[in-house]
Design a protein around this ligand. Structure first.
Ligand SMILES: CC(C)(COP(=O)(O)OP(=O)(O)OC[C@H]1O[C@@H](n2cnc3c(N)ncnc32)[C@H](O)[C@@H]1OP(=O)(O)O)[C@@H](O)C(=O)NCCC(=O)NCCS
Length: 170
């Protein structure tokens, strides 16, 4: 399995690059318009929560396995993806966060991005992609079902919401 990914190959349609501190205002602008998401998954986004997400790693993972990336259409940030490779096991890639700019939603672009990503991961030896959505969030649940993700049966409870685990075999 290839451990270092070429993120420019995540998409043939959009430019993909790592996001960093200077991108925080653009990420905040994209996320802040997705009000439904934060109703189910509080607290509401802030510059600090974005910085925290940029640096967050599951237990046992290293920075090298984390891909906090932006998808650009021309100069415009249209999607943010947080991908952790080889988590929770070697053959699994984990999507920690995926969000589209509201202005381009409902046009099949999110599904296209996930389809291309899954194809790239499959080509690099991964067997499945795992993720979670907040129980009751219809947008997230329908989107992931539409994209071939099925509940694993695991539910992770936090103080404020429950997370439904799901995965797609590649
Ligand atoms: C979910 C999200 C990534 C979809 O992006 P997109 O580019 O609009 O996706 P597509 O156009 O490919 O697919 C849209 C699908 O999302 C689902 N969807 C979108 N809005 C919805 C809503 N209000 N209620 C129910 N389902 C909804 C539907 O399954 C829809 O498919 P349909 O049009 O065939 O019914 C985008 O809405 C988003 O960023 N939401 C906020 C963040 C989020 O929920 N991320 C995923 C959770 S981890």
């Amino acid at each position: 399995m290839v451990c270092m990914m070429d993120i420019t190959l995540f998409s043939r349609v959009y430019s993909v690059r790592r996001l960093s501190e200077t991108d925080v205002p653009d990420i905040l602008a994209l996320c802040g318009k997705n009000r439904m998401y934060y109703r189910y998954c509080p607290p509401f986004v802030s510059e600090q929560s974005i910085r925290d997400d940029m640096n967050a790693l599951p237990t046992g993972k290293e920075v090298a396995d984390k891909y906090y990336v932006g998808y650009y259409d021309g100069g415009k940030l249209i999607a943010v993806l947080d991908l952790i490779l080889a988590y929770p096991d070697k053959e699994t890639a984990f999507i920690g966060f995926f969000m589209m700019d509201v202005s381009v939603q409902g046009k099949g672009i999110g599904s296209g991005i996930i389809g291309e990503l899954c194809a790239y991961l499959a080509g690099n030896g991964f067997a499945r992609v795992r993720l979670g959505w907040v129980r009751g969030n219809p947008q997230a649940e329908h989107f992931w079902h539409k994209n071939g993700f099925a509940e694993t049966g695991a539910v992770y409870k936090t103080e404020r919401y429950a997370v439904i685990a799901a995965q797609r075999e590649l």
